[in-house]
Design a protein around this ligand. Sequence first.
Ligand SMILES: Cc1cc2nc3c(=O)[nH]c(=O)nc-3n(C[C@H](O)[C@H](O)[C@H](O)COP(=O)(O)O)c2cc1C
Ligand code: SF4
Length: 305
Amino acid sequence: MIDRSVTTVIDKERCIGCGLCVKVCPLDTISIQDGKAAVTGKESLSCSHCAAACPEGAITVNATSGKAMLSYSTFKEDQKWLKHGDFDTSQLVRLMRSRRSCRNYRETPVDRNMLEDLVKIGITAPSGTNSQGWTFTILPARGSVHFLANQVARYFKELNNMAEKSHLRLFMKLTGNKELDFYYKNYYERVKETLSEWEDTGRDRLFHGATSAIIVGCKPGSTCPAEDALLATQNILLGAHSMGLGSCLIGFAVSAMQRDPKIKLAAGIPANERIYAVIALGWPDEKYFGLAGRKPAVIRYFDKA
Ligand SMILES: Cc1cc2nc3c(=O)[nH]c(=O)nc-3n(C[C@H](O)[C@H](O)[C@H](O)COP(=O)(O)O)c2cc1C
Ligand code: SF4
């Protein structure tokens, strides 16, 4: 059940009746009554658009007015709204293109405040009906990342044991489940190699030696849990690069956690949360001299006069 309770409070003394809050409200929570804004709707997304649009500071949305969630301790935020077009697009694109999946990390741990600030950067993302059901589990040190890597390795060892049985693959294929056969053809060999390196030499090809990680999940009941979690994730990736950190999405860890709930529970994540991203983080031990390209994307118009 999505919480749509109204926590909007309007200071009538300050309100000049300009109607700017009404214009930006997605649920018609506010209307102008006798020349002043009034809360007349029964539902609110608690998006705070009204409070941000009010030139007189007359609106408080109690659900989101707590400052702690969006106050950062590792950098100073210029708390002014940038109007549309008021940012250097070339710098934005430069940041986006400079972020790379990092697969070489130094051993120096990342400060916990930086990890918390990254989460706060994450939650500035949009979310379906503003449900903000995302959850972030911070693995602050190599020990916790190593623990998770061991759990994921155990899962893939069991999966590889199953996948190498040709009769099992055939049986599953004949009963309509082609997943194991697909896994065998596309991942089995690489996973086998990775697992034996992990066991024989301790080389971490799963988390690439990252000293920390953030697991992004979502609570049940959100309208678009995957989209919300992944939008927050992209914010974190960009934020990490801007803060000097390397990052890498670890899809293998996500798939293990989605299929084996024991891993989630072992990491202290409730069973009813679904995991959408595992972000490896750490101080990078690599640099680039240029930007990477992209394959041609499908771009089409659906044009109607
Ligand atoms: C959903 C997803 C899962 C990924 N899983 C892994 C992974 O398990 N291990 C890894 O090293 N990189 C992983 N990556 C990183 C991709 O390989 C990488 O994004 C891609 O090669 C493009 O490189 P770039 O991120 O540097 O632009 C993943 C990326 C995405 C989007
Ligand atoms: S934006 Fe502020 S001043 Fe304008 S009507 Fe709404 S509450 Fe009143």
